[in-house]
Design a protein around this ligand. Structure first.
Ligand SMILES: NC(=O)c1ccc[n+]([C@@H]2O[C@H](COP(=O)([O-])OP(=O)(O)OC[C@H]3O[C@@H](n4cnc5c(N)ncnc54)[C@H](O)[C@@H]3O)[C@@H](O)[C@H]2O)c1
Ligand SMILES: O=c1ccn([C@@H]2O[C@H](COP(=O)(O)OP(=O)(O)O[C@H]3O[C@H](CO)[C@@H](O)[C@H](O)[C@H]3O)[C@@H](O)[C@H]2O)c(=O)[nH]1
Length: 326
C-alpha cells in the first residue's frame, strides 16, 4: 500500500512542490492547510484537509485514516517585515500552533517530522559559507520564531519517541518545470519573481536594495536553490528518518552565491528582455551575504542540487510568471 505523508502547508509554494516530489517517489501526500497563504489549486497529488495547525481532532483523524508515521511541517508565516511589526502573530503561528501540531502528531503515534527552518536563523553570519554549527543569532522575529521552534523540537524529541530533520533553507526560487505549480506570494517580496514581473511589465520596476556592500559589485549575495531541488531534499530527509536516522539539522542550499546585480543580468540574458530597475539604499536587516556550507547535506542525505543554476531558476520562474494558474 502507498505510504501517506502528512504535509502541513502543502498548499504553499515549497509544500506543493514537495507534494509533487513525494508522489513521484511513490508516497501519498496528505496536505493539511488552512489556505491562509496557500492555494487549493496547488493541491494536486493527494487529499486536502482544510484546517489549521491547532485542529487536534482533524490531525488525529487524518493520522488514523491514512496510517501516517511521517510528517513535514511547512505551515508558517514568513514575511520578515511583517514579523517586525507584529511579532506575536509570528510566535503564535510559527511556535505556538507548531508546538500544538507536533504534540498532536506525537500523541497520534507519528515518529518522524521534517521542519522548514531558514538561513535567517543565522542572523548576520560571521563566516561564509555558513556551517550548521554557526551561532543562531536571528535579527528579526521571523528568524526568532524559527529558532524557537527548532529548540522546541529538540525538547519534544527528548521527551517523546519523535525523530526530526531540520532543513535550513537558503533562498528558494524557481518554479515547477512542468508549469503546474509555482510561487504566488501576496505580497511578493522575493527577488527573482520581482525581477521577472518587472521585465514582463506585470510588476513595478525593481529597486536594487544596496550597492555599497563589500562584494564584487556592491550588491548583496544569496544562495538560490531551485524549489525542485529543495522538494527532493525533503523526500531524502523523510527516507532517512523512515530508515531509522537520528535527528539532524541540514543547510539546504547550493554552496554558491550570486549578487543581486548578477541575478538581474542573468534574467536579462535568459529572458531576452530588459529588467527596468533603479539602485536604492540597503533594506533594513539584510545580511551582506548568505551562502550555505552544504558538505553535511551532500554526505548525510546523499543529495545534491541539480536544477539550481541561475539560468534554470530564472527560466522556470519566468515561465510561471507568464502562465500563472493562480
Ligand atoms: N520561500 C523561501 O525562500 C523560504 C526560505 C526559508 C524558509 N522558508 C519556510 O518554508 C516554509 C514554506 O514557505 P513558502 O514560501 O512555501 O510559504 P507559503 O506561504 O507559500 O506556504 C505556507 C503554507 O502554510 C499554510 N499555513 C500557514 N499557517 C498555517 C496554519 N496555522 N495552519 C495551516 N496551514 C497554514 C499556508 O496557507 C500556506 O499554504 C515556511 O515555513 C517558510 O518560513 C521559506
Ligand atoms: O525588490 C527587491 C527584493 C530583494 N532584493 C534583494 O535580493 C536579495 C534576496 O532577497 P529576498 O528574495 O527578499 O530574500 P531574503 O531576504 O534573502 O530572504 C529569503 O530567504 C531567507 C533565507 O535566506 C528566508 O528566511 C526568507 O524567508 C526569504 O524571504 C536580498 O539581498 C535583497 O536585498 C532587492 O534588491 N530588491
Amino acid at each position: 500500500m502507498t505510504e501517506a505523508i502528512l504535509v502541513a502547508g502543502g498548499a504553499g509554494y515549497i509544500g506543493s512542490q514537495t507534494c509533487k516530489a513525494l508522489a513521484e517517489a511513490g508516497y501519498l501526500p496528505v496536505t493539511l492547510d488552512n489556505l491562509v497563504t496557500g492555494y487549493e489549486k496547488s493541491v494536486r497529488w493527494g487529499p486536502l484537509v482544510k484546517t489549521g495547525l491547532n485542529d487536534r481532532e482533524a490531525i488525529t483523524d487524518a493520522v488514523t485514516k491514512y496510517g501516517i508515521k511521517s510528517a513535514i511541517h511547512f505551515a508558517a508565516f514568513s514575511l520578515v517585515g511583517e514579523s517586525t511589526r507584529d511579532p506575536a502573530k509570528y510566535y503564535d503561528n510559527n511556535v505556538g500552533a507548531a508546538v500544538a501540531f507536533t504534540q498532536a502528531l506525537i500523541d497520534a503515534g507519528v515518529e518522524n517530522l521534517v521542519f522548514s527552518s531558514t538561513a535567517a536563523a543565522y542572523g548576520i553570519p560571521a563566516v561564509s559559507p555558513i556551517p550548521e554549527t554557526a551561532p543562531l543569532t536571528p535579527i528579526n522575529p521571523y528568524g526568532g520564531s524559527k529558532v524557537a521552534f527548532e529548540q522546541a523540537l529538540h525538547w519534544l524529541s527528548t521527551a517523546h519517541p519523535l525523530r526530526y530533520t531540520i532543513l535550513r533553507y537558503f533562498n528558494a526560487a524557481g518554479a515547477d518545470p512542468d508549469g503546474e505549480i509555482g510561487e504566488s506570494h501576496v505580497p511578493e517580496t522575493h527577488l527573482i519573481p520581482l525581477i521577472c514581473q518587472a521585465a514582463l511589465g506585470t510588476g513595478k520596476p525593481l529597486t536594487v536594495f544596496g550597492t555599497d556592500y563589500d562584494t564584487k559589485d556592491g550588491s548583496a549575495i544569496r544562495d538560490y536553490i531551485h524549489v525542485v531541488d529543495l522538494a527532493k531534499a525533503h523526500v531524502a530527509a523523510i527516507e532517512r528518518l523512515r530508515a531509522g536516522g537520528d535527528s539532524q539539522v541540514f543547510n539546504a542550499g547550493t554552496g554558491e552565491g550570486a549578487t543581486v546585480l548578477e541575478t538581474l543580468a542573468a534574467a536579462e540574458r535568459v529572458m531576452g528582455m530588459a529588467v527596468p530597475h533603479s539602485l536604492g539604499p540597503r533594506r533594513d536587516g539584510d545580511p551582506q551575504s548568505l551562502v550555505a556550507d552544504v558538505t553535511k547535506i551532500k554526505s548525510m542525505l546523499n543529495w545534491k542540487a541539480e536544477f539550481s543554476d541561475l539560468d534554470t531558476i530564472i527560466k522556470t520562474a519566468a515561465d510561471w510568471q507568464k502562465n500563472k494558474l493562480y
